[in-house]
Design a protein around this ligand. Structure first.
Ligand SMILES: Nc1ncnc2c1ncn2[C@@H]1O[C@H](COP(=O)(O)OP(=O)(O)O)[C@@H](O)[C@H]1O
Ligand SMILES: [Mg+2]
Length: 454
């Protein structure tokens, strides 16, 4: 059952129970009131009849007097007086005041109670005239209870109706955004992260809507970032592949051709017995092969930088610089890489930062000089600096993933990244500081102590 209907049924049940208890209480109070009214009416009526009977003795027309006594009760709300002859025949009776709103028979039966009746026997001299009876009739009293009941019922049911209507309306308003939320959740489930819900309604639900909207925003940002990263990755891969293809074509191709030409000429030289020429050709072939080996190593190190880093940061950076020197001979590279080993993950991060920093400087800055350094600082951090004298980062620069990736890498290692201008007020200076782990530091200082002790 929906929440709204469930709550309404619950409230209706409680109000219904209140109505029943109210009805029962009214019934009980009515019973007591009628009993009290009837007995006191009989008591008052009895004393009036007694007084009247005392004055009747000397009357010249006692029967007329008796009829008057009975008639005096005409229009009474509770009592009916009757004059009954000695043979039991009714001689005269008073008329009860008719109730304004006669109660239904079932209520009368429920509330009637015991019958209050009093018979007055006349003095011996008047015995032949019969007797007077007084009987309490609860019709008017039940009528009052009936009016009271009707009024209470109208008030309580009006109240219940208003309460239920208010609950229905306010719950409807409060829960309406929940419907929106379930629609939005469905959309998010289908991958549409633009789905949002209006942040309105009661505070506790509002918190949920706000959290949902934040979640959807976060998902959308992640998805966009993912998409951009994927695009970036494929362009980087594409660039890398074309670079390698160019390398193979431009660097390896001519040497293969040279080796082929040299190899073809050797049999001719042998036929001529030109041993010296054969030797110089063989030397040329070896040179070509060595050249190709260097280039192949360069290509392999681009394909598998991890292999390079395994041999130390200094070695990896030498390769990186050698790679760029052959491609950009005009650029002067200055390197200052500490010849020490650092934890593998820090060496890898340092290499990636130096690699991206160098390629950014070359691709975007058109510099004549690039400086690369990685050294331990007195604060036990590895400080990596890449500086160039190129154009510098333009203010209107679009956000790429290289700098973002660098920042994330450094942050993951609790380090800092600073991008400023170079000392010559030209170009870019990138400074990354990565704290070195304590155990490493401890070991190093142990070593130092051991060395100084030795
Ligand atoms: N050394 C630099 N000299 C000049 N501009 C730079 C340098 N490094 C970064 N930039 C600028 O910052 C932008 C962001 O760099 P990056 O995050 O590496 O992305 P990408 O290299 O893919 O463009 C570059 O597009 C470039 O405009
Ligand atoms: Mg870049």
């Amino acid at each position: 059952m929906p929440l709204r209907r469930r709550l309404l049924v619950l409230v209706a049940l409680v109000l219904g129970a209140c109505l029943l208890v109210g009805g029962a209480l009214t019934y009980w109070a009515g019973l007591r009131k009628i009993e009290l009214e009837m007995s006191s009416a009989i008591a008052v009526g009895s004393s009036a009849v007694m007084d009247a009977l005392n004055t009747i003795q000397g009357s010249s027309d006692p029967e007329a007097q008796l009829t008057r006594i009975v008639g005096a009760f005409d229009g009474d709300r509770h009592l009916v007086a009757r004059l009954v002859g000695p043979d039991g025949a009714l001689k005269s009776a008073s008329r009860l005041k008719a109730p304004v709103d006669p109660p239904p028979a079932w209520l009368y039966e429920l509330l009637e109670g015991k019958i209050h009746k009093q018979t007055f026997t006349l003095p011996d001299t008047l015995k032949n005239l019969g007797s007077i009876t007084l009987e309490a009739d609860p019709h008017n009293e039940v009528g009052e209870v009936w009016e009271d009941l009707q009024l209470k019922f109208i008030i309580i049911s009006g109240f219940c109706g208003i309460v239920l209507a208010l609950i229905y309306a306010s719950l409807g308003r409060a829960l309406k955004p929940l419907d929106d939320l379930s629609v939005a959740l469905k959309r998010v489930g289908e991958g549409d992260y633009s789905a949002h819900v209006a942040e309105q309604g009661p505070e506790d639900l509002n918190l949920i809507y706000r959290a949902f909207n934040r979640m959807a925003d976060q998902l959308r940002t992640s998805e966009e970032q993912n998409q951009r990263l994927n695009e970036q990755l494929s362009t980087v891969q594409e660039e890398e592949r074309s670079e390698i293809a160019r390398d193979l074509h431009d660097e390896i191709g001519p040497f293969l051709f040279a080796v082929d030409v040299d190899a073809q000429s050797i049999p001719l030289m042998l036929a001529r017995n030109a041993t010296d020429d054969v030797n110089s050709r063989a030397g040329a072939i070896r040179q070509s092969v060595q050249h190709m080996q260097v280039h192949l190593r360069g290509i392999l190190s681009r394909l598998r930088p991890a292999m390079l880093i395994d041999q130390g940061l200094t070695h990896a950076i030498e390769h990186l610089v050698a790679f760029w020197r052959t491609r950009r001979p005009a650029i002067v590279f200055q390197t200052d890489i500490e010849d020490a080993r650092f934890p593998a993950h820090i060496e890898e991060a340092a290499f990636r930062i130096l690699q991206e920093g160098t390629s950014n400087a070359i691709r975007h800055g058109k510099p004549s000089k690039i400086g690369l350094s990685a050294n331990r600082t007195p604060e036990a951090a590895l400080q990596i600096v890449i500086s160039d004298d190129g154009s510098g980062i333009a203010a209107s620069t679009k956000r790429g993933f290289g700098l973002v990736g660098m920042r994330e890498r450094v942050a993951a290692l609790d380090g800092t990244l600073e991008i400023t201008t170079s000392k010559e007020e030209k170009g870019v200076m990138l400074i990354a500081r990565i704290p070195l782990p304590a155990e490493r530091r401890a070991k190093t200082s142990d070593n130092k102590q051991a060395t100084s002790a030795a």
